[in-house]
Design a binder for this molecule. Structure first.
Ligand code: GLN
Length: 188
């Protein structure tokens, strides 16, 4: 099998931790700063950070259209802020985003900084629970019919898939567990 090349959008946010997890799985990881780099990728990760900042930079550098195009043939994984950027709708807010995945998300849904926490999640299709770090995390408030919810926390969907799109509320890259990343690589 050919070695996968996976990008991590590197405009703002938790980039290096994703690259480290990719390296751990012997996948070639690329920090993506320009749209020209998308051509060599099998998939891309949109990291956590500040979705308003990342979205504005995406618009400024042409990533909105380029990634909408990319999604027609390639896989995208949005973590935390990245989930917000993938969502069709964001509750109460207009901010630049990709609007690719048929979900509605609520930002900072568990409360502000004080509500950051770690928990173990049961994920559909995985035998063991996975540790999940939530930092001012969003959750999904509505899903379209093609969206499959893979994990929930406190009754709210926090990991979901639609075709080649995967989105999670938490930061899988901040733990030692690579199972959620493997779910994404299977889509690439
Ligand atoms: N609260 C951030 C936002 O709304 C997301 C936080 C994160 O990515 N850890 O963009």
């Amino acid at each position: 099998m050919k070695t996968l090349t996976i990008g991590v959008l590197a405009l703002q946010g938790a980039v290096s931790e994703h690259l480290a997890q990719l390296a751990q799985l012997n996948v070639r990881g690329v920090a993506v700063k320009r749209i020209e780099q998308l051509a060599e990728l099998d998939g891309i990760i949109l990291p956590g950070g500040e979705s308003t900042t990342i979205g504005k930079l995406m618009r400024q550098y042409g990533f909105i259209e380029a990634l909408q195009q990319f999604a027609q043939t390639k896989a995208i994984f949005g973590t935390c802020a990245g989930m917000i950027l993938l969502a069709k709708q964001i509750v109460g807010g207009e901010q630049p985003h990709l609007a690719l995945m048929d979900i509605t998300v609520q930002r900072n849904a568990f409360g502000r900084q004080v509500a950051s926490f770690e928990t173990d999640l049961t994920v559909m299709g995985l035998a063991k629970t996975v540790p999940a770090v939530f930092i001012r995390a969003p959750y999904i408030v509505e899903t379209g019919k093609d969206v499959e919810v893979l994990a929930s926390f406190a009754g709210h969907p926090v990991l979901a898939r639609q075709g080649r799109l995967l989105a999670c509320s938490f930061h899988p890259e901040l733990t030692k567990d690579v199972e959620v990343l493997k779910l994404f690589l299977a889509l690439c």
